[in-house]
Design a protein around this ligand. Structure first.
Ligand code: SF4
Length: 223
């Protein structure tokens, strides 16, 4: 990636960890060729985080430069992710510009930061933190009021206690009636077949999901 030119409009810069083309590995756009724009930084420290390499580093790029790189990859779907992308306020501007450019845009966010300002055209994927993540206290419950039918709530679950907690949250907030709810096992910790069976036993109206990119390529950055 080329860094922003000296003297450029620093008010429209974001710190970017990587921009790459892959298959969307999760949520409702799973399987689509997708350009991922990974923003640097996250105020959380989930125990099982698989993108800790994005906590720091990266390069400052102008929104125009990010858009140009996205266009070069030639995919309709774009996923803005992190880290925690909303930790950079200018992320909101980037999301709107990507939508203006005609892309199908999704946002992967921890659910810990306010999503009220996210462009209504964006598909939000709200990753609520279960107890075993160590970051349960960071869940910003007010965000649930901003869910639209096109959005998704995702639970990444490490054990049976996490599952019971997530089931309770889904019921308490009637989430399945509001948007798609996704349950995924923590990679390498919870046996996927166990989670699948619990969902079936409880007849939960949620969607089981494995991370497609890890099945295809393992835990490689840029995939
Ligand atoms: S919110 Fe996401 S990027 Fe941040 S620590 Fe948790 S899993 Fe990692």
């Amino acid at each position: 990636m080329a860094a922003a030119a000296p003297g450029a409009d620093v008010e429209s810069r974001l710190r970017i960890s990587e921009i790459f083309l892959s298959l969307q590995g999760e949520a409702d756009a799973v399987g689509w060729p997708t350009v991922f724009v990974r923003l640097t930084g996250c105020p959380l420290r989930c125990r099982w985080c698989d993108t800790a390499y994005a906590f720091e580093g990266g390069q400052w790029l102008l929104v125009d430069e990010i858009l140009a790189q996205v266009v070069r990859h030639g995919a309709r779907h774009v996923c803005v992710t992190g880290g925690e992308p909303l930790a950079q306020k200018r992320c909101l501007r980037l999301l709107a510009r990507l939508c203006d450019a005609g892309h199908e845009v999704s946002l992967e966010t921890s659910g810990a930061l306010d999503v009220a300002g996210v462009d209504a055209r964006v598909h939000k994927v709200l990753d609520l933190k279960a107890p075993a993540s160590g970051e349960q206290a960071r869940n910003r419950w007010e965000n649930l009021a901003h869910l639209r039918a096109q959005d998704q709530v995702k639970f990444v679950l490490a054990d049976r206690d996490d599952y019971d907690w997530a089931r309770g949250v889904v019921q308490q907030h009637a989430l399945a009636a509001r948007c798609m709810v996704l349950f995924s096992p923590v990679y390498g910790e919870l046996v996927p077949a166990d989670l699948a069976q619990w969902i079936l036993d409880d007849k939960l109206d949620v969607r089981f999901q494995m991370q497609l990119h890890k099945i295809l390529w393992g835990e490689q950055p840029g995939r």
